[in-house]
Design a protein around this ligand. Structure first.
Ligand code: HEM
Length: 448
């Protein structure tokens, strides 16, 4: 029998006969509701969405138990439109579990594991300096400069493509492809993802506009994955490429089996799609925190001054020197880890909305305080392979910025400070909504 011990389902709101709890869940911001339900139902909440069992995990303990300790939660939900028709199921985040997934992870891991990722530090460092220069020239363009920073680092690391400005053809293509995901997961056509039969209606039928959306998306994604790969292969063929110059050329050199080029092509495209907006989001949130918590900023700058001194800028060498269950889950249950609730757990983090890095000092002594990097990058087998890459990009950007600039609130025409509210922009990869700030250079330096 499926449930031999007759264990109960986890508690949750009562589902309606057919639709389950579907009408209760907002398309965007569901985590606020789940966090509220934590008070009523606890850390593990079960809901039903049109026949589908969904379990929400509201605490780190529950997510760690279920997703890190047990290997059987490893597949992904199938998205008919975004994944199958548009082709994003060729990329790891939407790929079904299996041999292909294993091969892609292996290729990525070979260049991104903690011992290998240092090879990208020189490019991360160089681009962070260029970023400071961009900010000096055009501080008002800091959003654009951030996009350029991640685009430069990722394109160079993956393909050895040198990006000079955000209008670069490969960057434009990649950004267009990624934006199309937002269009198909967060708009009215998103429903097609969950009712596969809609995909197979003839395209002349009224209301089947998503077929065109899918066709366009498929074309963009194809070009986005193929064009930079062609660039690399040409460099290799012409003998210009040093095999160690980029992720792609290294993988072409190190992996040899039938169909390997297709795996490398998609693994490379995935890294842009999964690594650009996530890193931008983290850096924007950092800028927001600096704007809202000036005392923390001062403390961090004092720490950088102490470790680095005044005569030079921080580098990667300074990194070392500074410190910055008994429930029944039916087969095919979808599990969602609610990191919003985890990061606002008052038992673990008193005054959770306060940006207060000191709370993590001495955390080894107090095992109750979990460092958010343990959940911000996902869980178990499907956790983020880019964690070390992302953390080094963020590290060098943050310390370079703090060593040279003060980040403060902007002021309105009457000279009153404008306090950003920290709301999010509603995209699939969440970012804080655009907000204004002022960057004041505290150090004049020359890029050499
Ligand atoms: C601050 C930056 C980043 C954050 C917060 C982040 C976070 C995450 C999270 C939470 C997941 C798991 C998603 C889920 O289980 O549904 C994930 C998966 C993934 N991330 Fe990241 N990520 C970041 C940067 C990167 C970078 C730089 C890369 C590549 C260079 C990358 C590549 C991936 C890939 C390929 C997956 C899918 C893994 C799989 O499904 O097997 N990420 N990331």
């Amino acid at each position: 029998a499926e449930n031999p011990r007759g264990l109960p389902f986890p508690p949750g709101p009562k589902p309606l006969p057919l639709l389950g709890n579907a009408f209760q869940i907002p398309i965007s911001g569901s985590w606020h509701l789940y966090t509220k339900w934590q008070k009523t139902y606890g850390d593990i909440v079960r809901i039903k969405l049109i026949g589908q069992n969904v379990v929400i995990l509201n605490s780190y303990e529950a997510a760690n138990d279920l997703l890190n300790q047990r290997a059987n939660f490893q597949d992904r939900i199938r998205f008919e439109l975004t994944g199958e028709l548009m082709g994003w199921s060729n990329t790891l985040p939407l790929m079904e579990y299996g041999n292909r997934w294993r091969r892609h992870r292996k290729i990525m891991h070979s260049a991104l594991h903690s011992g290998a990722v240092g090879q990208f530090n020189p490019i991360q460092n160089r681009v962070a300096l260029e970023y400071l220069n961009d900010l000096l020239d055009t501080p008002e363009d800091f959003y654009k400069s951030l996009r350029l920073l991640t685009a430069k680092i990722i394109m160079d690391a993956i393909y050895k493509i040198e990006v000079k400005n955000i209008e670069n053809e490969y960057v434009t293509l990649a950004e267009e492809a990624v934006n199309q995901i937002n269009g198909t997961l967060l708009s009215g056509v998103a429903v097609v993802n969950f009712f596969p039969f809609l995909c197979y209606l003839p395209s002349w039928l009224p209301g089947t506009g998503f077929q065109r959306t899918a066709a366009e998306g498929r074309k963009t994604l194809k070009a986005m994955s193929e064009r930079p790969m062609e660039y690399v292969k040409q460099r290799v063929t012409e003998g210009i490429a040093d095999p160690s110059e980029s992720f792609t050329s290294m993988a072409l050199e190190n992996f040899q089996y039938d169909g390997v080029e297709d795996d490398i092509k998609w693994a490379s495209a995935t890294m842009y799609a999964a690594g650009a907006d996530t890193t931008i989001s983290a850096l924007k949130t950092f800028m927001l925190a600096m704007t809202l918590f000036p005392d923390v900023q001062k403390k961090a700058q004092a720490e950088i001054d102490r470790v680095v001194g005044n005569g030079r800028l921080p580098t990667f060498e300074d990194m070392e020197r500074s410190h910055i269950l008994g429930y029944y889950f039916p087969k095919d249950t979808l599990v969602q880890a609610n990191v919003w609730a985890m990061s606002r757990n008052e038992r673990m983090y008193p005054d959770p909305e306060r940006f207060w890095p000191e709370r993590f000092e001495g955390r080894d002594k107090d095992k109750n305080i979990v460092d958010p990097h343990l959940y911000a990058f996902g869980f178990g087998r499907r956790s983020c392979p880019g964690i070390h890459f992302a953390r080094s990009t963020i590290y060098i950007t943050v310390v370079s910025l703090l060593a040279t600039f003060d980040i403060t609130k902007d002021v309105d025409e009457q000279g009153r400070e404008i306090t950003p509210d920290g709301s999010d922009d509603g995209c699939v990869i969440k970012c804080v909504s655009p907000f204004l700030l002022t960057l004041i250079s505290v150090l004049i330096f020359v890029l050499v």
